[in-house]
Design a protein around this ligand. Structure first.
Ligand code: FA5
Length: 377
């Protein structure tokens, strides 16, 4: 009796202490298994007299019941713990990006083009496009630069071989540089195409690639401009200045932007003004903001602009007596360098993945006015 009680207590303690299902199974075999001491004790009841059996049976039966119940409870607890542990171990975080991790990123020029489009869309401008392979008439003549105009020389134009010369029998083998077809030297021909297509009024920007035979740290043979054109009634230079100032404040995400409009000359605008922005030098980096004449500050040219020349309106089929407007052309690469602190324009086109990894933008980070156009991942 005492034996069974102490054996039962020992078995219950061992069951309580079992740390794994294997240990628990070993304990079950030792007690309730075929050769376990509880089973063997039950078997002895058969050889006893009725009186002996009546006396011994209750202790053995209750030992068996207590041990069976403890084994069941412990088994359930160990299985639940094992499941918990497995669930914790095999957790899948569905918020993680799919593997392999994305390597591509948005080039700063593309990012700045998206930023431009977002800001100008808010000011009511639509995006217009034109061909990069342009003809002489749209690129020069219709912009008030006839064949002998000296301003053509400033554009360092890439011309295609002249069609008529190249195809004539006498000229085979001695192709000359022609004057008909060229790589557009600025985005201004999109002004002409947009006016011819849609007439007045008009409010567009035209971002895109342009080409000039030019190369150093701040000039590349291919670069990007954004053209702006507004044609309406009673438009004046004040509208131009407000539009550019509002754009630059949103683009550089600061209120202290100061622009200087410097008298200049473009054949397609009259009057013409060059646009300079005030900046300071901080730790070798140009930081836009403040008045360019303030101590420690200077002015930097970022584009040309002016009131559209009446002759250009005539070329584009718009009556200059009824309509007028302004136009501007900004260097996108220049304003990208200023905003994101790059100092060599040539690195933009090296195709070096390390440069892109450093300056690139997440494709998921679309510029929006509410979230900040220049938000970086
Ligand atoms: C023009 O191209 C005019 N079409 C701008 C314009 C448009 C004036 C509408 C009036 C009305 P310009 O050649 O100055 O102007 O070029 C404009 C801007 O392009 C420059 O201020 C500069 O930011 C950028 N730029 C010019 N050449 C290069 C180059 N080789 N590399 C990078 N950026 C350049």
């Amino acid at each position: 009796m005492t034996d069974i009680t102490s054996q039962t207590e020992a078995a219950l303690a061992a069951i309580a202490a079992a740390a794994s299902l294997d240990t628990l199974e070993a304990e079950r075999l030792e007690t309730l298994g075929k050769k376990g001491w509880v089973s063997l004790a039950l078997k002895t009841l058969g050889g006893m007299s009725p009186d002996e059996r009546t006396a011994a049976a209750p202790a053995i039966q209750s030992a068996r019941a207590a041990i069976a119940e403890a084994l069941d409870a412990k088994k359930a607890a160990l299985e639940a713990a094992a499941l918990e542990e497995q669930l914790a171990r095999e957790t899948i975080d569905l918020t993680l990006p799919a593997l392999p991790l994305p390597k591509g990123s948005v080039h700063p020029v593309s990012q700045v083009m998206d930023e431009l489009a977002e800001i100008f869309a808010d000011l009511g401008f639509a995006v217009a496009t034109g061909p990069e392979i342009e003809d002489d008439w749209h690129n020069f003549t219709a912009l008030n630069m006839d064949e002998t105009h000296p301003a053509r020389a400033m554009h360092d134009t890439f011309y295609f071989p002249d069609k008529t010369t190249a195809s004539s029998n006498e000229a085979v083998g001695q192709q000359e540089i022609g004057k008909d077809i060229l790589l557009r030297t600025h985005t201004s021909p999109v002004q002409i195409r947009s006016m011819l297509d849609q007439g007045a009024p008009i409010r567009i920007i035209a971002p895109g690639r342009v080409y000039r035979s030019d190369s150093d740290a701040t000039h590349t043979p291919m670069f990007h401009q954004v053209e702006g054109l507004v044609i309406d009634k009673d438009i004046h230079l004040g509208h131009l200045k407000w539009t550019l100032e509002t754009f630059f404040k949103a683009f550089f995400e600061r209120e202290d932007i100061v622009l200087r409009l410097r008298p200049s000359y473009f054949p397609f605008t009259e009057p013409s003004v060059e646009v300079d922005v005030g900046y300071s030098n901080e730790g070798g980096r140009r930081v836009v903001g403040g008045h360019g004449d303030a101590p420690g500050h200077a002015w930097m040219e970022i584009g040309g602009s002016g009131m559209v020349n009446a002759r250009v309106l005539e070329f584009a089929g718009i009556d200059p007596a009824a309509w007028q407007g302004f136009a501007f052309g900004l260097g996108i690469d220049r304003i990208a360098m200023l905003k994101y602190g790059m100092n060599d324009l040539r690195a933009f086109f090296d195709g070096d993945p390390r440069w892109l990894a450093h300056y690139g933008f997440s494709p998921f980070d679309q510029p929006t006015l509410s979230a900040g156009v220049g938000a970086r991942a």
